[in-house]
Design a protein around this ligand. Sequence first.
Ligand SMILES: Nc1ncnc2c1ncn2[C@@H]1O[C@H](COP(=O)(O)OP(=O)(O)O)[C@@H](O)[C@H]1O
Ligand SMILES: [Mg+2]
Length: 179
Amino acid sequence: MNTPGETPAFALWFTGLSGSGKTTLGQMLLPRLRVINPLVKLLDGDVLRNGLNNNLGFSLADRSENLRRAAEVSKLFVDSGFITVNCFITPTHDVQQMVQQIVGAGRLVTVYLDTPVEVCEQRDVKGLYQKARQGLIADFTGISSPFEAPENPTITLSTHLMNSEQAVEKIMGVLGMDG
Ligand SMILES: Nc1ncnc2c1ncn2[C@@H]1O[C@H](COP(=O)(O)OP(=O)(O)O)[C@@H](O)[C@H]1O
Ligand SMILES: [Mg+2]
């Protein structure tokens, strides 16, 4: 991905259900990644939906546009020498492939958080699963909107079988940036 001696620039892209751990792990990775490249940018779906993407909903078409914009922003940062940490559900093969096409396969590290919907629902960090079950939220991923596991993720982590520190170490290890 990077020539030896060069400061690495790439997009680390978390994929997984709401509550699988994307934001938690993304934020924990920031100081670790800054050791190898001071230019690190976190792009989080919830944050982008408050600004750049605040005119989009959760239909598959709007999710696709949400991710198209996110991937284009991520690409701009990587082009400028950043490591980006991207926290988006990225629910379907279509949008997963689009992200890869926009960012470029050679600069994309995908981390699939393979956490069962039952575990995410039990965590219910933001109370959204309960609302989705009550019918108060439509098109909720894993409940009333599809989630397709990515086909060839760089890293797959079962965040219900390890703690977040172990997950971070695993990612840093696969990146060759441990120790
Ligand atoms: N191994 C793990 N990795 C990440 N989060 C974990 C792990 N184990 C438990 N958790 C918990 O799961 C929740 C994940 O929530 P969050 O990071 O907001 O998910 P997402 O951003 O994917 O919606 C947090 O409360 C976190 O503490
Ligand atoms: Mg999140």
